[in-house]
Design a protein around this ligand. Structure first.
Ligand SMILES: *Cc1c(COP(=O)(O)O)cnc(C)c1O
Length: 439
């Protein structure tokens, strides 16, 4: 992909839809031809002074500005990121010889306790900004394997012109995630789909192509939306600048590959990365691809790191549009971690270092150790800690024998009213539910 200083347009990965501005791509979500919006070129960041920025929102707006263009002014963009990214971000070195040089980038201190708050909150405020100048309404459809739904629901709740419909696979997310999804929120309707996450994604994709639903002006807030992806580049820059790293390894616990794609975009735009590690659970499409196979998408299987239970990663198409397969296979190392190894890593890490990790982050930490063993690499490794351990108390208990303390924000949710409609995983049932619930 080419690198320029100008603001890119956004085109479909399938090449059959017109080029859009950022605003259009954000509001449209998925391109009309079924592809994902990708930038026409990568924006060079070397001149933005990102290494010097000490304050995260300042770094964030200086980088985002280059990708968005001037239909959000500098001061408006600063106000958006100040408000959206107003929670802590930290880089924690692990203790102990075995984990020397491993840093945990804790991305889970936002209101819904996962990294998805970064993208969802920023995106919600950008949409609010664009919509505040018109009378149109927008309906956001979100398929969630756990954390997206609550981040999006929380990010959008209470907005005048946006309504959110959440779909999640009933019984296939942790009880705490479920609590975060079914709690009643203004402007949000939750559908409990009797199927898998892949079923939820399929229903959403089909709704976008359904001409009879065009009047609802549907949009998506999944990681397929470019508006969520761009803010996910920011913490990579922050980590490199904060730790003053020369060329670190980034390990990304992955499912739909949105987080990894954002990291790759940050790297292409000028942020040094020695190598990416794509850390997957038993859903191993991508590790098999990186190993040189041409695997087929499969149905997802359920694991302790359930937010990564994705059989058909939707950002694969976008990642492929940015790099040739050779470069991809060279720049990204990938592995698939079993359920047992995930729990063992949580236990060993806690017992030897006192660090309590959630199962998704544990898949990452185990992957780093494999990577080091196989390649002999001594580069510092930054693992993206994608969720707070308290989101998965049952799994933490199973792995290490104790339950993590419940943060106050979660205790408060338990007391609020709940509302979710169970529906079968058929398009007819889904469409009926949309028609009944969209005002
Ligand atoms: C969504 C999620 C992931 C996977 O991120 P992708 O961008 O879909 O690859 C990993 N961990 C947690 C906790 C998540 O919520």
């Amino acid at each position: 992909m080419q690198i320029h200083n100008s603001v890119p347009a956004y085109i479909s990965t399938r090449g059959e839809a017109p080029a859009f501005t950022f605003q259009q791509a954000l509001l449209e979500g998925l391109a009309k031809d079924g592809g994902l919006f990708s930038p026409t070129h990568i924006v060079e960041v070397n001149n933005t002074g990102w290494r010097e920025a000490k304050y995260f929102p300042a770094l964030a707006s200086s980088i985002l500005r280059n990708w968005i263009g001037d239909d959000i002014s500098s001061s408006e963009l600063s106000a958006i990121v100040d408000d959206a990214l107003n929670f802590p971000l930290s880089l924690v070195p692990l203790k102990g010889e075995e984990w020397k040089g491993i840093y945990v980038l804790e991305l889970f201190h936002g209101p819904t306790l996962s990294f998805k708050d970064f993208g969802a909150r920023t995106m919600a405020r950008m949409i609010e900004h664009y919509k505040s100048h018109s009378n149109e309404r927008l309906t956001i459809l979100v398929a969630t394997s756990g954390d997206t739904g609550s981040a999006v629901a929380d990010g959008f709740s209470g907005q005048e012109r946006v309504q959110v419909i959440l779909l999640y696979p009933k019984g296939k997310v942790s009880p705490t995630q479920e609590l975060q999804l079914v709690v009643e929120r203004k402007g949000v309707q939750t559908l409990a789909i009797e199927g898998t996450f892949d079923d939820c994604q399929r229903l959403v994709k089909r709704a976008f192509q359904d001409k009879d639903l065009a009047h609802l002006s549907l949009s998506s807030a999944n990681s397929i939306n470019i508006g969520r992806l761009l803010p996910q580049m920011l913490y990579y820059f922050w980590a490199v600048s904060n730790g003053n790293f020369e060329s670190p390894v980034f390990c990304v616990p992955s499912g739909n590959l949105g987080n990894l794609t954002a990291g790759v975009m940050a790297h292409l735009s000028g942020m040094p990365v020695h190598q990416f590690i794509a850390a997957h659970n038993r859903n191993d499409f991508f590790p098999r691809y990186i190993a040189g196979d041409n695997p087929e998408f499969k149905a997802s299987v359920h694991t302790p790191s359930s937010a990564m239970d994705v059989g058909a990663p939707s950002n694969f198409e976008r990642l492929n549009s940015m790099m040739t397969s050779d470069v991809l296979r060279d720049k990204i190392w990938a592995t698939s971690v079993s359920d047992e190894a995930t729990l063992e890593t949580m236990k060993k890490l806690y017992e030897k270092t006192g660090y309590l990790s959630d199962p998704h982050t544990a898949v990452g930490i185990e992957s780093i150790q494999r990577y080091r063993k196989e390649t002999g690499s001594e580069h510092p490794c930054i693992v993206l800690a994608t969720a707070h351990p308290a989101k998965f108390p049952e799994i933490v208990k199973e792995a290490i024998g104790i339950e993590p303390a419940t943060p106050r924000s979660l205790m408060e949710l338990a007391l609020r009213p709940k509302c979710a409609i169970p529906i079968p995983a058929t398009y007819e049932a889904f469409r009926e539910a949309i028609s009944q619930n969209v005002r």
